[in-house]
Design a binder for this molecule. Sequence first.
Ligand code: ADP
Ligand code: MG
Length: 375
Amino acid sequence: MIRVEHLTKQFGDLHVLRDVNAEIQKGEVISIIGPSGTGKSTFLRCINLLDPPTSGHIYIDDEDILAPKTNVPLLRRKMGMVFQNFNLFEHLTVLENLTIGPVKLLNRDKAQATERGRELLKMVGLSEKENAFPSELSGGQKQRVAIARCLSMDPEIILFDEPTSALDPTMVSEVLGVIRRLTKEGMTMAIVTHEMKFAHDVSTRIFFMDEGIIYEEGTPDQIFNHAKREKTRAFINRIRSFSFHIGFAGYDLYALNAQVQTFCEKHIFSQQRTDNVLHLIEECLQLAFFTASEDIALMTQRNQAVVDADGINLELDYSENNDTVEIVFSSNSALGSITGGDDADLISLAIIRGLTTSMEESVDEGRVKLTLRMK
Ligand code: ADP
Ligand code: MG
């Protein structure tokens, strides 16, 4: 039904969409997720020509909508759009909001449009509000009217741009309920949303957008449980990260600890967990630099190895969804002493083992990575 090829969109120097390729089939429900500012709204606005694309192709029912001879108003009528801020006509009643489009643009007669309008109001649970003005409605009710108004134009597809993000939490579910119902009726929809559970439950496919492209796409199970790419996983699991660069043995331990502590507090770690994180990092760095040793030669040698490797990067990742902490050390080569130290390191190593549930070494783009997981 919709095919997008090599779509790009620039605002001045800002390349918002770099190369978007996508297909949406009739009857599909696509959820578009991703961090803010990655062009999700822009993508929807390009599809229904509210924003002219910079380059690329968009086909609707195999018709190239960017071709000069295209009947844009007609094509746009095939697509309904529901915005975050409802955009109702404030000076018209609820029912008039639903009849004005069909009467003025589709040349329906008033009685017919009114009948259909009432049907739609019933469907979204707002029959009793037909004579109310938008200002008399709650946000959730306004959004349901906006959806009904959109349906009054008999669209072939509805594009939703964060339909629930302007709502009080208590009103989110009444709007999602209406969208759920539309999915059951086979409506084709593309929904930009931050409601992950909803996206998981109703979508036939999920597009994860980042870096101006559809960074990963798949079924809800693929995206939520088996994402192939790290950024997708981080987004899905709400992984919050903190990183710190350690150049040599004389690194500022107090500054590091203070920052780790702030990170832990921000994510409401227990005191025990915070202490464990701090302890674990300290033991690992001790192994990397051998700072507790009296063996000056070995200490110098390790310190030099770290300096030669441009230091060690420390990353602390906290997954809100799984409630787990990962500590990742990475370096151009100087991590061997953390896992493979000699006898003098055995105590530190035992402490590290005791504080972690797993320890894994890998090589990623030429960098040595050591990942420690904690509960
Ligand atoms: P998202 O919906 O994923 O949060 P948007 O599509 O709204 O992202 O915006 C993507 C980027 O494009 C943002 O950096 C935003 O500031 C910029 N942008 C959006 N619309 C315009 C515009 N009309 N003019 C200039 N920049 C814009
Ligand atoms: Mg947006």
